[in-house]
Design a binder for this molecule. Structure first.
Ligand code: SF4
Ligand code: SF4
Length: 370
């Protein structure tokens, strides 16, 4: 659905500058920005995907986002649209992230060589209709996920505002490439949690793999969210030969410790070949082991390993006495050993700043397509 955008500047000759993400695209009349979802129409900027969803939603375990220390065991009503501010050559959701919406948001087609004639039919949803569906599902959280949510700014603000009234928590699963203005609006409206990808610590990686200028806006978003009370977890996808050096992993861990705090859950995910990189190798488990131990050495309380089975890297341990608090198998719990007051039963360590929200101890199967 097409609506007038927020956060843009009007420039000379009917150009506009979008301030929703750190690409800050300058867009001439009748053209779209890098995400393909914001269009300059007669010198004003419009979002083309307000309320335009790829499906009515799905019910996922919150651990799939991944969020391990926020409302553990909760169901996340998950919604997505099309478009992204990045062009990652390894994107695992490229079918939606690199799609191209029509003016009214309907019938996005893939904007990729060889895929020009494929279309995705988008569903038009109102905020009210979505809220009804979320309430009916009994999900305690709603995640904006799968494509890049920051480019869905206006829709996220309106949905979050309404979900606050229903006491449903909102989650962004994001590349973090925000502007300070857009981040502030998300903070002000009351986003509750974010999983932010820090793909690497070098601008070079962001230029080469994601086709954007710099990692810096991502780091700024993570700091701003965390310092304003949003629960932040970090994900780092480790890709062989691109960002898997011990030096790179250590740099990321040290940055998280110094800027976000030791209690920031940090997920290292295994890469599997996709999109424009089908012939690259998977991340070996030895690399993930090394990442786990580097994170521990750096002082991180909650390092996790994703996309592969990893005993220690699936579990949550007490930061004080190393007692096993939550044992997981995939996205399900094997055992939870935390007191009702959210303390460690072994040493009494107060976990209230580390594990946020209620723990749903009966969280078995939570995958449903709606
Ligand atoms: S959201 Fe980002 S990529 Fe999209 S038009 Fe605005 S600045 Fe460009
Ligand atoms: S930021 Fe995420 S969704 Fe966007 S292109 Fe990169 S991997 Fe895909």
């Amino acid at each position: 659905m097409k609506i007038k955008a927020r956060l843009y500047e009007i420039l000379e000759n009917k150009k506009v500058k979008c301030k929703v993400c750190a690409n800050e695209c300058v867009i001439t009349e009748n053209h779209v920005g890098k995400c393909r979802t914001r269009k300059n129409i007669q010198g004003e900027l419009f979002s083309l995907i307000y309320g335009s969803l790829i499906s009515p939603g799905s019910l996922d375990p919150i651990e799939k986002k991944p969020l391990f220390n926020f409302w553990p065991g909760a169901t996340a009503y998950s919604i997505a649209s099309i478009g992204c501010s990045f062009r990652c050559s390894n994107c695992q959701n490229w079918g939606i992230s690199q799609a191209n919406p029509s003016d009214n948001g309907k019938n996005g087609s893939y904007d990729l060589e060889g895929y020009e004639n494929r279309h995705i039919s988008l569903i038009e949803m109102t905020v009210e209709k979505l809220i009804k569906r979320v309430k009916k599902s009994n999900a305690r959280t709603l995640a904006f996920t799968y494509n890049e949510p920051l480019i869905w700014h206006e829709w996220i603000l309106d949905v979050t505002k309404q979900l606050k009234e229903e006491n449903v928590k909102t989650i962004l699963v994001t590349n973090g490439y925000s502007t300070p203005e857009a981040s502030q609006e998300l903070i002000d409206i009351g986003i509750n949690a974010a999983n932010i990808d820090i793909k690497a610590m070098s601008d070079d990686f962001y230029k080469k793999v994601c086709s954007v200028k710099s990692v810096q806006p991502v780091l700024e978003t993570a700091k701003k969210f965390k310092s304003n009370g949003i629960h932040v977890e970090i994900t780092n996808l480790i890709i062989p030969n691109l960002n898997d050096s011990q030096e790179e992993i250590r740099k990321l861990c040290n940055w998280v410790v110094e800027n976000l705090g030791k209690n920031t859950p940090t997920h290292f995910s295994a890469y599997h070949p996709d999109f424009k990189t089908p012939s690259m190798e998977r991340t070996p488990s030895s690399t993930l082991d090394i990442a786990y131990h580097i994170a521990k050495e750096a002082g991180l309380y909650f390092p996790y390993i994703g996309n592969v089975r990893h005993e220690e890297g699936s579990n949550t341990y007490c930061p004080s006495c190393n007692h096993l608090l939550i044992s997981r198998s995939g996205y399900s719990f094997r055992k939870i050993d935390i007191t009702d007051n959210n303390t460690c039963p072994n040493c009494n360590y107060d976990l209230r700043n580390d594990i946020i929200g209620e723990i749903n101890k009966n969280s078995s199967p939570r995958y449903t397509f709606l």
